[in-house]
Design a protein around this ligand. Sequence first.
Ligand SMILES: [Zn+2]
Length: 169
Amino acid sequence: MQTQKKSTRPFDPQDTYPCPVCRTGQIATMPMMEALACNFCQHIFIASAEKQSLKMADRSPPVTWHWNGKQWIGAHLEGVEFGWAYFAAAIGLIFLPTTLLGLSAYYFPPVPGSRLSWLPSAWTGLAFLSHLGIVLWLVIEFYQFPLLTYFRAWGRRTARRAQMEIQRR
Ligand SMILES: [Zn+2]
């Protein structure tokens, strides 16, 4: 019983929590304010203790997370199983067009030495990269992992550290 109580706890706005956006910083209530802020990516959140939810206030459309007692669950992920069907579909989307193009290039080879003989293989490579890109983009959207925000915050932290190094000298 004791360990169970420790491992899960209800969300309390007075506490600090891991930031669901950058997964690096801590979010805590700002003094004299209702909102919470992250000390790493500096995003602002509005929390609701009765709904056990956290809403990103400085992004539109706002993203919502729910506290499950241990961690933040993205609204998109609620009730969604990231199953094998999605995985198979993603693999199919990447490899099916590539394979078809590759096979047609293999069975109907261009006339060697002709001006466009490089085209089928280049086209096959391009198809692979573009479909891989689509799948990666979908995964990032699905998990709501704001890559740009993360890299911006990381850059800011590195810059701040470098500045401190200079001041110390
Ligand atoms: Zn953050």
